[in-house]
Design a protein around this ligand. Structure first.
Ligand code: NAD
Length: 345
């Protein structure tokens, strides 16, 4: 970890931690999460592991960005005020661009609009002049291309027509993914704790409904977690009846060692930070001159990148997660080597 920045502002009650994990590839981009933590230590551990994951995500997405993340300690429902967000924005501004913030749970695009009043180092706010806005469709598109790469590996073809795909969670990403999958002719099974939303999506796509606590057990070709993390645990792992787990959710595995267990069980697990990088690619390009189709073309390359991971995992008889970790570290180390070589001249 390069740096932790503790942000405290007595006037607004702001208590936040920015973690800058690695800036070898570029400024550290990562969202700000707002939630209640029992202790500051718990917040520190969370932000540290989230920041590290962002380094890997940006490295594997081929971006010139490092990894960072921030947490605001507090209840977003009760404690999120304009003055608190603006005080936080001023801390981000003081970091001079080493850290660029964005949305995460508890912090939405309108909060970013507010933070942006104090800093230029924030992306993922409301669309301005046709640029920016919600990254979820880009995330869903990246997941679709990732699923195709997995299908090629397991079923010998990227074709999804007739494949049964269970989508857990039909929120912003899940429902956009359902649209892509339906367009491809996949047969959908869906689940969501929000029954009204689930019903609407079920009717729209002629999908089959499964109760939230049953969805991971359903017989399908591809299981796509698009809700929360901790989907694969010691308890749930033996209950999966699919050959591919590939979705948008972060921290799908309760523990990284479960990646080996899935590999042994011949269930292909697409590393979350590789397959769900579409949103990061989208917001990273917010202030560039790239057009929307150009950005989506970059997002689409998630499929190729995942295919490389899977091919190497096959060669090394290793889980795709460990291979992705290695590939991300190799990219960071090679650029670090290049930079130290440059500075010695
Ligand atoms: P969202 O909040 O819009 O949707 C999540 C949906 O999951 C909601 O409809 C919720 O009711 C449902 N849900 C919650 N618990 C559930 C359960 N146990 N079973 C079934 N459904 C459940 O979130 P989102 O933006 O669609 O993101 C989905 C996941 O993808 C999250 O884990 C997020 O961190 C990750 N992700 C999102 C993006 C993005 O661009 N939005 C990018 C990368 C990763």
């Amino acid at each position: 970890m390069e740096e932790f920045v503790f942000c405290r502002d007595s006037e607004t009650g702001l208590q936040a931690i920015v973690a800058i994990h690695d800036t070898t590839l570029g400024p550290a981009l990562g969202g700000t999460r707002m939630k209640v933590y029992a202790t500051e230590k718990e917040a520190l551990l969370d932000v540290a592991s989230l920041a590290r994951a962002m380094t890997y995500k940006a490295a594997m997405a081929g971006l010139d960005l490092g990894g960072g993340k921030a947490v605001i300690i507090g209840d977003p429902e009760k404690e999120k005020t304009e003055s608190l967000l603006r005080a936080y924005g001023r801390f981000v501004e003081r970091l001079g661009g080493r850290y660029i913030t964005s949305v995460d749970s508890g912090i939405n695009q309108y909060d970013i609009d507010c933070i942006r009043r104090e800093t230029k180092y924030a992306v993922g706010g409301s669309a301005v002049g046709g640029r920016g806005g919600c990254p979820s469709p880009a995330t869903a598109y990246g997941v679709l291309e990732g699923i195709r790469a997995c299908a090629t590996q397991v079923y010998g073809s990227p074709e999804l027509k007739g494949k049964v795909v269970a989508v857990q969670g039909v929120g912003n990403v899940g429902r956009a993914l359902c649209q892509y999958l339906a367009d491809e002719g996949a047969k959908l099974i869906i689940s969501d704790v929000n029954k009204a939303l689930g019903q609407e999506i079920m009717n729209r796509f002629g999908a089959r409904w499964v109760e939230p606590d049953e969805v991971h057990k359903v017989t399908c070709d591809i299981f796509s977690p698009c809700a929360l993390g901790n989907v694969v645990t010691e308890e749930t792992l033996p209950e999966f009846d699919c050959r591919i787990i590939a979705g948008a959710a972060n921290n799908v595995l309760a523990d990284n060692s479960l990646a080996d267990r899935l590999h042994e069980s011949e269930i292909l697990y697409a590393p979350d930070y590789v397959i769900n990088a579409g949103g990061l690619i989208y917001v990273a390009n917010e202030n560039t001159s790239c057009t929307s189709p150009e950005i989506m073309a970059v997002v689409g390359r998630i499929g190729e990148r995942l295919a490389q991971v899977l091919a190497r995992a096959n060669r090394e008889d290793s889980s795709p997660l460990w291979v992705a970790d290695k590939m991300a570290e190799e990219r960071v180390q090679s650029v670090k080597g290049l930079l130290s070589l440059r500075s010695s001249f």
